[in-house]
Structure formats: structure tokens, C-alpha cells
Design a protein around this ligand. Structure first.
Ligand SMILES: [Fe+2]
Ligand SMILES: [Fe+2]
Length: 287
């Protein structure tokens, strides 16, 4: 299959998941300067399952609110609009994909642990470099490999062939994706991100997490976030928090390291903490 043939197949997947209405409405409301906090809280509260899960998460050890938060409005006051929006988006994406998988070569539990390690790692880097919204880094880490979930769910036979090839021929997972599909999970993730109209910054970190330097000329503002996701991805893999199949490079892109201006040692230190907390955080998110 070549890239354009695969993209046509992807376009024709009828039951490709859509983001819940609450996320779309939230994106629209937050894009308008006229929206009030009460309106935004009302939209989230309308989806009771997502609102309840978001409040539970905020009260978990993850955000440390210890049961004090009783409503979305209250959560917005305490954590800020952007954090709550990101939580709602993360909860919604997990809800779409977190179904019990069919017996498969692919271990979804490992996948989620990898994903949460990247989310925590990217956020820790975001905090370290004083990024204005480190929670955006968390969400970018959480979504970075979403293309792999789409492949597992909707192109399962091809996906298994990719896993088998990458296990056998030693050239690596991404090489196998290109051989079988003509493109990679970054392309697939970008496709879904565009369909979902998720913010450009997140879309770019899905698109370029294996090659952050390629995005340099496209959108300079996105470089810190996608550098952080890339570094977190490589480090998580190297620390054994991979998805059961080695995906991507073993060393961090030099330009990404220059962007975050952190030493390898400092990144390893951050990951010492992440390795210990990742299981608990994933469990709090319902994985
Ligand atoms: Fe990836
Ligand atoms: Fe990854």
C-alpha cells in the first residue's frame, strides 16, 4: 500500500471515533472572548459522565485537591480553565479508546503506561522550562501516539503485520509501518487530530514527535512542546516504559535538547520520579 491509498482507506473508515460533543463545544467556547466561565462550566456539566470523571480525577492524588472540589465551576476556579479543558479532553480520548481490546500481540496496558510516562515527562519538562501552560505538555504527551491506537483498532491486520515485521527484520517499527502502509503512526495521528480539530500545537506534537527538527520551520511556537514530547518519548522507551515494541530512536534529537536547555542527567532525574508514579497516575485516570 502507498501513502495516498492508505489515506483514502482512512478517510473511508465509517466508524472512525469522533470527539464527544462536550470537547467540540468547549473548543468553540474557549476560542471566543465573549464566553463566560459559567457557560463553559455548564457545557462540561451537561456531559455528566465526563464531568463526574473529571471531578474525581481532580480530587485524586494526581491533582491533590483531596475531595474538596465538588463542581466543574469550582474546579475551574481552583485549577484554571486551560487545565480543566485539558482534563476533559484527556478523559474524553481515554473514554473512546479504553475498551477491553481483543486478544492481540499489542498490549494496551503497556501502551497506556508509555503514554502516561510521556505525558508526565513532557509536563515535568514544561514546568522546568517555565512554559506558560505545562498542562498542554501533559495533554500533548497523552495524545502523541494516538495514531497507533487508530491502527490497532481500525487496521488491525496491517498493524499486526507491522508488529511482526518489526520484531523479525530488525529494522524497527517505523520502518515496518512505512513498508506495510506507506506512512507512519505520526501521519495517522495527524489525520485524526485534524479531523478532531484539536489545537495546532497538539497536532504538531503528534505529527513530529519522532522528528522534532522537521517542524522547526513550520511553527516556531510549537518547538518547546514537541521537543518535550520527543524527549519524554525517547526517555520513557529507554527506561522500559515502552509499548512492548521498540518504537523510534534511542537518543534524543540534539536540537530538541538545545531547545529545552536541560542536561540528560536532569531529564533522567525527572524520570526517576515518573517511573515510580506512572502506574498510580494511569490508575487514577482509569487505565
Ligand atoms: Fe510514536
Ligand atoms: Fe511514544
Amino acid at each position: 500500500m502507498n501513502k495516498s491509498e492508505f489515506l483514502v482507506n482512512l478517510e473511508n473508515v465509517e466508524n472512525l471515533p469522533t470527539l464527544p460533543a462536550v470537547v467540540r463545544q468547549l473548543q468553540t467556547l474557549m476560542a471566543s472572548p465573549l464566553s463566560s466561565m459559567a457557560q463553559i462550566a455548564a457545557v462540561i456539566t451537561r456531559d455528566q459522565a465526563i464531568a463526574a470523571r473529571t471531578i474525581r480525577l481532580i480530587n485524586s492524588a494526581f491533582y491533590g485537591m483531596g475531595g474538596r472540589v465538588t463542581s466543574i465551576q469550582h474546579a475551574i476556579v481552583l485549577l484554571g480553565l486551560n487545565t480543566v479543558k485539558n482534563l476533559v479532553t484527556g478523559v474524553s480520548v481515554l473514554k473512546i479508546f479504553n475498551q477491553p481490546p481483543a486478544a492481540s500481540l499489542f498490549d494496551r496496558e503497556k501502551f497506556w503506561l508509555h503514554t502516561f510516562a510521556c505525558a508526565l515527562g513532557a509536563r515535568a519538562i514544561g514546568r522546568e522550562i517555565n512554559a506558560p501552560e505545562p498542562e498542554d505538555f501533559f495533554l500533548a504527551g497523552l495524545l502523541h501516539d494516538i495514531g497507533i491506537l487508530i491502527l490497532d483498532q481500525f487496521f488491525h491486520e496491517e498493524f499486526i503485520e507491522i508488529l511482526q515485521r518489526s520484531a523479525c527484520d530488525g529494522t524497527g517499527y517505523i520502518h515496518a509501518e512505512k513498508a506495510v502502509l506507506g506512512l507512519t503512526h505520526e501521519d495517522v495521528g495527524e489525520f485524526v487530530a485534524r479531523k478532531w480539530k484539536i489545537p495546532e500545537l497538539l497536532m504538531l506534537s503528534i505529527r513530529y514527535h519522532h522528528n522534532p527538527s522537521e517542524a522547526d520551520n513550520l511553527c516556531a511556537g510549537s518547538v518547546p512542546i514537541l521537543s518535550a514530547v520527543h524527549i519524554a518519548d525517547v526517555t520513557a522507551n529507554n527506561r522500559g516504559l515502552d509499548m512492548g515494541h521498540p518504537v523510534g530512536e534511542k537518543t534524543c534529537d540534539a536540537a530538541a535538547m538545545r531547545t529545552v536547555r536541560m542536561t540528560e542527567r536532569r531529564i533522567e532525574e525527572l524520570f526517576d520520579g515518573i517511573v515510580k508514579e506512572v502506574k498510580a497516575v494511569a490508575a487514577e485516570w482509569g487505565v
